[in-house]
Design a protein around this ligand. Structure first.
Ligand code: CP
Ligand code: NVA
Length: 311
């Protein structure tokens, strides 16, 4: 990796994303090997989690290392203690830090002061580990990236930003459909357009979910109310009326299109009840792949890989 940290999906160059996905696929196919014996990962979480916490803890365990979870009440990042002090203390104990928090500036400040690698385990701005798992899932189901169209229907949130940038990096065309006021942030659009030009893929956005879904190979959605936005839930439900991923929308996509969601899902809101149980849904592959990509990431950051590389 070009940087010591993984704070944004753009910390990985396109060829590094491909290499990491190939490592993750090998680890998934060949089982795990002990490469991180004696290494410890601290999980500093200020928001709830099922997949991210579990997959990081298991990743360390399966690689022969260990993980220690620190809850919001214990750490009090920037409240009980300054971010700079937490970063320097943790760096004396552990070999890497995964942080789940609100502001991206908190992740960046932690990384600036930490002497060990910091991984963004979700911030308000990005969810880069999720994007890696999503790309691995797409590759497993479609066997390629160029020539495919991904339609993201919903909020221009952390998951959408990392996925848009990841897609544009590897040449997967990406169309975002969001209501006015909930689009991808302008800086993410700017970066995605630059990356898409380089990978010769299409990056576009619209407020028409049908237009985005038309001819798509992948339909993706996420919650309309992310963690920390609970007070706006009602206003958001209104704003996103007509943006539900349902059978009608999926029927506009290619017949073999897959349906994706990072989970947790609100069945009957952003996704129609029952749709994630259909054969087109790959959401549990996505959830499983969090483990495999994070194992590859941690092995790369902390120890180097010690299994045969695919030929
Ligand atoms: N997709 C995801 O990050 O899930 P958790 O919030 O449960 O970790
Ligand atoms: N956008 C969601 C993702 C959860 C994994 C959130 O931030 O709450």
């Amino acid at each position: 990796m070009k940087s010591k940290d993984f704070l944004s999906i753009t910390d990985l160059a396109p060829h590094e994303i491909r290499l990491l996905l190939s490592d993750a696929a090998s680890m998934k196919a060949q089982g795990w090997q002990t490469t991180l014996s004696g290494k410890t990962l601290a999980l500093v979480f200020e928001k709830p989690s099922l997949r991210t916490r579990l997959s990081f803890e298991l990743a360390m365990k399966q690689l022969g290392g260990e993980a220690i979870y620190l809850s919001p009440a214990e750490v009090g990042l920037g409240k009980r203690e300054s971010i700079a002090d937490v970063a320097r203390v943790l760096s004396r104990y552990v070999d890497a830090i995964a942080v789940r928090t609100f502001a991206q500036s908190t992740v960046e400040e932690l990384a600036r002061w930490a002497g060990v690698p910091v991984v963004n385990a979700l911030s308000d701005a990005e969810h880069p580990c999720q994007a890696l798992a999503d790309l691995l899932t797409i590759f497993e189901h479609k066997g390629e990236f160029p020539g495919l169209k991904l339609a993201f229907i919903g909020d221009g949130n952390n998951v959408a930003v990392s996925l848009a940038l990841a897609a544009a990096s590897v040449g997967l065309s990406f169309t975002m459909a969001s209501p006015k006021g909930y689009e991808l942030p302008p800086e993410a659009v700017h970066r995605a357009l630059e990356l898409a030009a380089r990978s010769e893929s299409v990056f576009s956005f619209t407020d028409d979910p049908g237009e985005a879904a038309f001819g798509a190979d992948i339909i993706y959605t996420d919650t309309w109310t992310s963690m920390g936005q609970e007070a706006d839930a009602e206003a958001r439900r209104k704003a996103f009326e007509g943006y539900q991923v349902n059978e009608r929308l999926v029927s506009l996509a290619k017949p073999d299109a897959i349906v994706m969601h990072c989970l947790p899902a609100h069945h009957g809101e952003e996704v129609a009840a029952g749709l994630l149980d259909s054969p087109q849904s790959v959401v549990f592959d996505q959830a499983e792949n969090r483990l495999h990509v994070q194992k590859a990431l941690l092995a790369d950051m902390l120890g180097g890989l010690c299994f045969p590389w695919p030929g």
